[in-house]
Design a protein around this ligand. Structure first.
Ligand SMILES: [Zn+2]
Length: 290
């Protein structure tokens, strides 16, 4: 494809995104697709972000982006006002005034192959990938390789403690870091990963017979009961950190498909900004962990 002479348009970017992440593949509750923007407006530069928040909008505008592609919907639930006096309305106003379009690829990008969790699995070098949560047979997203989360083999088996350190090293840095649940010495060969909130897939990770499951937003009771029932070890990373790897894949796809410039946001939008590890009894100084 060539862009010589006439730049790409918002409609071209939407068409390319819809080919890879068809909107019909999104969950019923989800809201994906074009949120703001004139379809015939030219697009030379696309900003890729997980969250549309004032800080990532600043970045996109500073970078001279004509369009933002985001993972999380800005407007998921019904709204009756986008007045600039509201948090989200302020964002809507800024984008419209700057002539910046906004497109969302959320659960349709989770379920795609390659999708959000393929980029996460790649950080661990997982091989032999298969979906953790395949779509219901007959649903629009059903198809080979598709589904939420991925299961694969680690290049080298390691203990849960080693895997937790590896996860902290290969995932984007956040204050939250990575915490794990289970026997630190447990050997892990097969790992399930799911970008974003994976609380709902604990039973599937157990049924799949994996040694460990890495996701985000895990909670006390479901995690504790899952482990008590003999389920795989759990690794709980920052939500943003599990989805940020996908932005590189998204940007590479758009650049190859449309010959547009791309910028990827590394701004940590995780709400958790402070982390302190409990001091060990023999430590004189409190330990700092990053
Ligand atoms: Zn998410």
């Amino acid at each position: 494809m060539s862009t010589t002479g006439s730049p790409r348009t918002v409609a071209d970017v939407v068409a390319a995104l819809d080919r890879r992440y068809p909107p019909a593949w999104a969950e019923e509750w989800d809201r994906v697709g074009l949120v703001l923007g004139e379809p015939d407006h030219p697009v030379r530069r696309v900003a890729c972000v997980v969250d549309v928040v004032p800080e990532t909008v600043d970045e996109a505008l500073d970078a001279g982006a004509d369009m933002i592609v985001a993972h999380h919907p800005l407007l998921l639930r019904g709204v009756s006002s986008v007045a600039a006096t509201t948090y989200k309305g302020r964002i809507v106003h800024r984008l419209i005034k700057a002539d910046v379009a906004l497109h969302v690829a959320h659960t349709n990008a989770d379920v795609a192959d390659p999708g959000v969790s393929d980029a996460l699995a790649a950080r661990f070098g997982l091989t032999g990938l298969r979906p953790l949560h395949p779509p219901r047979p007959g649903s629009p997203a059903a198809g080979p390789g598709r589904g939420i989360g991925r299961i694969g083999e680690l290049p080298t088996p390691m203990t849960l403690a080693e895997l937790t350190r590896l996860a902290a090293a290969v995932l984007p840095v956040t204050a939250w870091g990575v915490r794990a649940a289970g026997d630190p010495g447990r050997m892990v060969r097969t790992l399930a990963v799911s970008g974003g909130s994976g609380d709902g897939f604990l039973a599937e990770a157990t049924a799949a017979g994996v040694d460990a499951f890495l996701t985000a937003d895990l909670r006390h009771h479901p995690a504790g009961e899952h482990l008590a029932a003999g389920g795989p070890a759990l690794l709980d990373a920052a939500h943003w950190a599990t989805e940020r790897p996908w932005l590189d894949d998204l940007a590479a796809y758009l650049a190859a498909e449309l010959d547009v410039e791309t910028v990827v946001s590394d701004l940590d939008t995780d709400p958790w900004t402070v982390h302190a590890a409990a001091p060990r009894p023999d430590d004189k100084e409190p330990r700092r962990e990053g």
